[in-house]
Write a protein that binds this ligand. Sequence first.
Ligand code: APR
Ligand code: PHB
Length: 391
Amino acid sequence: MRTTVGIIGAGPAGLLLARLLNRAGIDSVVLESRDRAYVEQRQRAGILEQGTVDVLRAAGAGERMDREGLRHDGIELRHDRTRHRVDFPALTGGRSVTVYAQTEVCKDLIALQLKEGGPLFFEAEALAVEDPDGDSPRIRYRHQGRESVLHCDYVVGCDGFWGVARRAIPEELTRTFERAYPFAWLGILADVPPSHDELVYARHDRGFALLSMRSPSVSRLYLQVPDGTDAEEWSDDAVWAELAQRFETDDDWRLERGPITQKSVTPMRSWVHEPMRHGRLFLAGDAAHIVPPAGAKGLNLAVGDVVTFARALTHRRDTGSEELLDAYSPTCLRRVWQAERFSYDMTTMLHRAPDATPFDDRIQRARLARLASSRAAETELAQAYTGFPLD
Ligand code: APR
Ligand code: PHB
């Protein structure tokens, strides 16, 4: 088989890239190792930056998002029983975010791809990318028990943190940057209306907590737990009791409880792989960078990468110029590092490290107090949260 762009992975990065290329008249083939049901059910974050919403709409993939997504004009920061709202539009000249789960984005893009796009193969596992710096790189893959080769003009590794694509880049040409955190998030889905109409990020001496949502009747909540925690160690009652403590305020706000339908633990890391390109192999999304989830940036970064690649390849086709393809890695990395910085700031401001000293606690409180009293500090948070420009 032969194609212009071989895409490994059908997460949000691979699926959106296939859609963008299809709209630009460039053919592609997507290989995904998991089955469709798995990809459509995997729980991930659910905050779309304004720029991500605009891209999905322009790609003709925004219809259900526009109907079911919830526009959010702010978040609440909580600490020491006090609450402070950050008003996004007022601080950013009208920008906001949209709550629409990543799983729903994937479902929409899969349906469109199968109806209008090029081939998308599930249970097709890429084994290796060969000859990435030659004129015609290849993806060796296994599908329905048979090994085959996909010949490509370009390969884009959208295969996540555990993928194989980046292994094709010689190690001596790469550098990775990493920070592991000594805590994780226990996430739950619960059949109960969210107890607040916007997200609540809470710092507490017992650890961080986050109130989020999937719909007006489904809540998504997270608790900071020690690294290596097994979700089954936590009974439903213990989860609700801990959440209630960490969100407690001095006013009459109450946490509503309901049946928990899912529980899982997410580890936390910051990680960047440089460069994001080698010859005709490009990396996008989690294959090249991971952020801790407190900034809600993972999906939005993946969108930025594939938009940059689709633009660059369209430019190459229309003008013959390699200029934008050559600029791919530095262009993406500028935005990636801003998101890394913001995600790191949010993480370290809100989580309690096991070895935190009284000095660290005071600094966290001072950072939160600064946000509550300085428009400049709040503006910085609002700009970063609603998203860095795509250019
Ligand atoms: N062959 C084919 N597919 C593969 C292979 C392989 N060898 N290895 C991994 N994959 C698939 C995975 O099964 C997964 O569906 O690649 C896909 C990668 O998708 P994601 O992990 O969702 O990564 P990405 O599309 O970059 O999306 C980034 O996901 O992790 C979240 O927070 C992150 O929201 C962000 C988003
Ligand atoms: C989520 O809804 O899953 C979510 C929201 C905000 C975050 C992380 C996760 O920062």
